[in-house]
Design a protein around this ligand. Structure first.
Ligand SMILES: Nc1nc2c(ncn2[C@@H]2O[C@H](COP(=O)(O)OP(=O)(O)OP(=O)(O)O)[C@@H](O)[C@H]2O)c(=O)[nH]1
Length: 376
């Protein structure tokens, strides 16, 4: 499962397209510079003002691509980069400029007929790439034919050599592309495998974290996780906020075990978990503190709210009936306190424990509070 959203993916794709567009523009700039050099050393045979006109036309065609890429309208196409079209346009512009160069300069810049198709080596499908190499060869052949038809003295030997060299280089490029593509596919496969492993590991980590934080019998948080969470909440406490803390102990639980068996005791614990889950709000944290004792942390409450919440819990448990058992006298006792800024969890737990002890001593099935050090 990938963590990137479709929007991020689309942005990344658009950035990649613009990067590739910049690379293509760099090849244009380099070719144009070389045409200028050729003109400077006397190898440009057309009127010199044709160079800036050609340059302006190239910029216009590149602006067309840029507008298309920025609009994002191409993103859904099979090849959003329009690589084949870009290669074709590049070859056309190259031929347009070479027409006006001397034969020697044309031979020197022959290398661009190989360089331009190279642009699509990873992007293009096999036949599209072969087509691009074919266009390159065709463009240069047309150039030669054009020179011949103009009545230029074209020496056949060097021209045949140039055509053969270009054909050989383009053929080699097609073969080399197969090798590059195979390597690229292998790398992509490895990357996908790695991502899949990473996701499996993430899932396992999450499961382990859940297991490490959960009490198996009741599905509640365990004591260790609760302590960590409560410490974090306490550390983030501000003077205007307070937390409610309650220790909850099921009454005469040993008797239930003794009379009905350990499995029945387990079911009572699970019943308490279900009752508490139904009673509490989202954000309240309940954990199994140990045995038949539970601990509750209520965020942002005052004395009245914690008392009402604990009372509601006590009453709900008193009328609960564990599935398949006939138990009429379920009850629990609760010791409550408040956690305030500057308090320690240990001290607050001791206060709650003292209150719980009082609840037990006063006859059980009740809630008692220790607000003393909470400034009440
Ligand atoms: N079934 C079951 N019993 C447990 C579990 N954990 C602890 N106990 C039992 O819970 C009982 C707790 O007994 P006591 O500490 O005497 O408490 P009590 O009987 O509830 O008495 P008061 O708290 O004074 O009302 C013991 O018998 C433990 O064996 C558990 O996971 N499942």
């Amino acid at each position: 499962m990938s963590t990137t959203s479709p929007r991020h993916e689309q942005d990344a794709r658009r950035r990649l397209l613009l990067k590739r567009f910049a690379m293509a523009s760099a090849i244009y700039a380099m070719t144009f510079l070389l045409i200028l050099v050729a003109a400077a050393i006397g190898h440009y045979q057309a009127p010199i003002h044709m160079i800036p006109i050609g340059g302006a036309l190239i910029i216009a065609s590149q602006l067309g691509f840029l507008l298309l890429f920025r609009s994002g309208r191409n993103l859904k196409a099979k090849d959003p980069c329009r690589t084949e079209v870009q290669v074709l346009v590049g070859l056309a512009w190259l031929t347009y400029f070479l027409v006006d160069l001397s034969l020697e300069a044309q031979a020197t810049l022959l290398v661009f007929y190989v360089l331009i198709p190279l642009f699509g080596i990873l992007q293009l499908r096999p036949w599209a790439f072969v087509r691009c190499c074919g266009y390159a060869f065709l463009c240069f052949s047309l150039l030669v034919l054009w020179e011949t038809s103009r009545g230029e003295p074209v020496p056949p030997g060097p021209v045949i050599l140039q055509l053969l060299t270009l054909a050989g280089a383009l053929l080699w490029l097609c073969l080399f592309r197969r090798h590059i593509q195979a390597t690229y596919q292998r790398m992509r496969q490895k990357r996908n495998d790695l991502l899949a492993h990473q996701n499996t590991l993430r899932g396992m980590m999450r499961q382990l974290e859940d297991l490490a934080a959960t009490d198996e019998l009741t599905g509640m948080y365990n004591r260790r996780y609760f302590m960590r969470l409560a410490e974090t909440e306490l550390a983030n406490l501000t003077p205007d906020r307070q937390l409610g803390l309650a220790l909850i102990d099921l009454d005469h639980f040993k008797r239930i075990n003794d009379l009905h068996g350990h499995a029945a005791g387990d079911r009572v614990l699970q019943t308490f978990a279900a009752v508490a889950k139904a009673c509490l709000r989202e954000g309240d944290v309940l954990a199994r503190y140990g045995g038949e004792e539970f601990v509750l942390l209520l965020l942002n409450v005052d004395i009245d709210q914690i008392a009402v919440c604990c009372e509601r819990l006590r009453e709900a448990f008193a009328v609960a009936s564990p599935v398949g058992m006939r138990l009429s006298d379920l009850s629990l006792s609760i010791g409550m306190t408040l956690l305030q800024d500057g308090d320690t969890l240990q001290l607050a737990l001791e206060r709650a424990d003292q209150a719980l002890y009082r609840a037990k001593r006063n006859g059980r099935n009740r809630c008692e509070a220790s607000w003393e050090s909470a400034g009440v």
